[in-house]
Ligand binder design. Structure first.
Ligand code: PGA
Length: 253
């Protein structure tokens, strides 16, 4: 059995005060729920303060990005060790906004994943095709490249600390969710890729989250599918009521 994961990606939203307020509400709500792991990813500036607020709770904290370098003269970057120091256990890497808006390619993402795992973080590794790639029949090639190159050179032990998030780019922030059939199909394809690149046991243990307009109204149907092990939530994670409802999903298999 794979333990579900519900993760909130706050992107570039919320001041420290707002972040602590939301984290406080989630902490209370999460205290009574034990059917999943819960992770939130505030902006860098709020990490340490949110970590203090969440001490002793069952909510974990992720950075939204990190450097592939352990430290040094890299203006504007944050090292994986610094995320740990700020109270993070996880980091989101390869998000489509990083790929599309900041030019991150599979090689750089691979280097970041290795650096983060070496530092001791767990990684939420995002993949997903654009609408054009889907419509021109290149979806499987794109996913295959992202997975193969993104996870190249990882050991079995390191794969234990990786979570994959399938986030079709056309569904992110658009209100257009993939149907649970589309998501299940992509997840099962990705699980097959992992079995080929690593082995069956690793692929069976790997948690694959769906991301892209996950909301209170669609989370249960998504979570009911065999290969969907959780959700990476953007917009709906900024609102306490919505995210708490998502944390309380039903239908996990
Ligand atoms: P969304 O974002 O839920 O707002 O579509 C998901 C994500 O970017 O991780």
């Amino acid at each position: 059995m794979r333990r579900p994961v519900i993760a909130g990606n706050w992107k570039m939203h919320k001041t420290i005060t707002e972040a602590v307020e939301l984290a406080g509400s989630l902490k209370q709500a999460a205290a009574g729920i034990d059917h999943a792991d819960f992770i939130i990813a505030p902006v860098f500036t709020a990490l340490a303060t949110v970590a203090a607020e969440l001490k002793g709770s069952n909510l974990k904290i992720a950075g939204q990005n990190c450097s592939d370098q352990p430290g040094g003269a890299f203006t504007g970057e944050v090292a994986p060790q610094m995320l740990l120091d700020a109270g993070c256990s996880h980091v989101i890497l390869g998000h489509s906004e990083r790929r599309q808006l900041f030019g991150e390619n599979n090689d750089l993402i691979n280097a970041k994943i290795k650096a983060a795992l070496t530092a001791g973080l767990r990684v939420i590794f995002c993949i997903g095709e654009t609408l054009e790639e889907r419509e021109t029949g290149r979806m499987y090639d794109v996913l295959s490249e992202q997975v193969t190159q993104g996870l190249a050179g990882l050991s079995e032990e390191q794969m234990d600390r990786v979570i994959v998030a399938y986030e079709p780019v056309w569904a992110i922030g658009t209100g257009k969710t993939a149907t649970s059939d589309q998501a299940e199909e992509a997840h099962s394809f990705v699980r097959g890729l992992i079995a080929g690149q690593f082995n069956l046991q690793i692929s069976e243990q790997l948690r694959i989250l769906y991301g892209g307009s996950v909301k209170p109204g669609n989370v249960d149907e998504l979570m009911a599918r065999d290969n969907i092990d959780g959700a990476l939530v953007g917009g709906a994670s900024l609102n306490a009521d919505d995210f708490i409802r998502i944390m309380n999903f039903s239908g996990a298999n």
